[in-house]
Write a protein that binds this ligand. Structure first.
Ligand SMILES: Nc1ncnc2c1ncn2[C@@H]1O[C@H](COP(=O)(O)OP(=O)(O)OP(=O)(O)O)[C@@H](O)[C@H]1O
Ligand SMILES: [Mg+2]
Length: 256
């Protein structure tokens, strides 16, 4: 089932500079800092982070609550600006792009599964998945067809016309994952993608995410507390207090 999520794409479909070699770097982060608030309320969420995310791999970020995981994902995905430092994605320096160019790049090449899902409450599951496709130029009917196809892969065939409020937390999470996958992003970032899922659904989702990343022109970053899914990642990145403490390369590159 994973092939259907990540079908072949034409080479000219890929962002300029997309690497072909799995030893290449998908995301390069240098000196990235981000604080919230000011004065006595100031919180340093990221403290001069340097990190290379390898193409063709799934990287797992772990660390205590409040250590900066969501902040790091948000800056990588271009939904939050860092205060200092650079983020390059497949050779494109995201931090140097203007707002419109960044939005366009993000819509085309990045998928983000938010920790709080961020579904639009007035839209059905299929519409939630279809809207971002339409924003990148898809015709509505084609976008809805694609949305239903991905929702079915995530086990939601009977729920495509339901509103988020009519879905369980786990089902909403799978809608959010469908939305992030539907446009076949080069970079997929997922914040606790299995948090609301039972064991079997969680394993199914991880299999799907792995199916995305087996290509050398893709990468997946997963923030998780769920030690049952650690074995899906090639690398485990340990964060604490706004810093990356260590990166552990797992010996196995296959799931299971
Ligand atoms: N919008 C914000 N305004 C103020 N402080 C913020 C904001 N977002 C995050 N922070 C602070 O930045 C720090 C890092 O937060 P972040 O959400 O990145 O942590 P996290 O590692 O994802 O935690 P969790 O595991 O609980 O999701 C925390 O101290 C948090 O309180
Ligand atoms: Mg978080």
């Amino acid at each position: 089932m994973t092939q259907a999520v990540a079908p072949e794409r034409a080479a000219d479909d890929l962002p300029e500079g997309t690497p072909r070699d799995s030893s290449d770097v998908a995301v390069r982060i240098r000196g990235l800092s981000k604080s919230f608030g000011s004065g006595a309320q100031r919180v340093a969420a990221l403290r001069s982070v340097n990190w290379d995310v390898h193409a063709g791999e799934m990287s797992m970020i772990v660390g205590p609550s409040g250590c900066g995981k969501t902040t790091l994902l948000s800056v990588i995905a271009g939904v939050l600006d860092g205060d200092q430092g650079t983020v390059s994605i497949f050779g494109h320096e995201l931090t140097s792009l203007g707002d419109r160019a960044k939005t366009r790049f993000r819509a085309r090449h990045i998928g983000f599964v938010f920790q709080q899902y961020n579904l639009l409450p007035a839209l059905t599951a299929a519409e939630n998945v279809a809207v971002p496709l339409v924003l990148t130029g898809w015709a509505w009917a084609k976008a809805v067809r694609r949305a239903r196809e991905v929702l079915e892969l995530l086990g939601l065939a009977g729920r495509t016309e339901n509103l988020p409020s009519q879905l369980s937390g786990g089902q909403q999470q799978r809608v959010a994952i469908s939305r992030a996958l539907a446009h076949e992003p080069s970079l997929l970032v997922c914040d606790e993608p299995t948090a609301a899922l039972d064991h079997e659904s969680g394993q199914n989702v991880m299999e799907l995410l792995r199916g995305v990343v087996v290509r050398p022109d893709r990468a997946v970053i997963v923030v998780t507390h769920d030690n049952r899914i650690f074995h899906y990642g090639e690398r485990i990145i340990h964060m604490d207090d706004g810093r990356i403490l260590k990166e552990v390369r797992r010996s196995t590159t296959t799931a299971g």
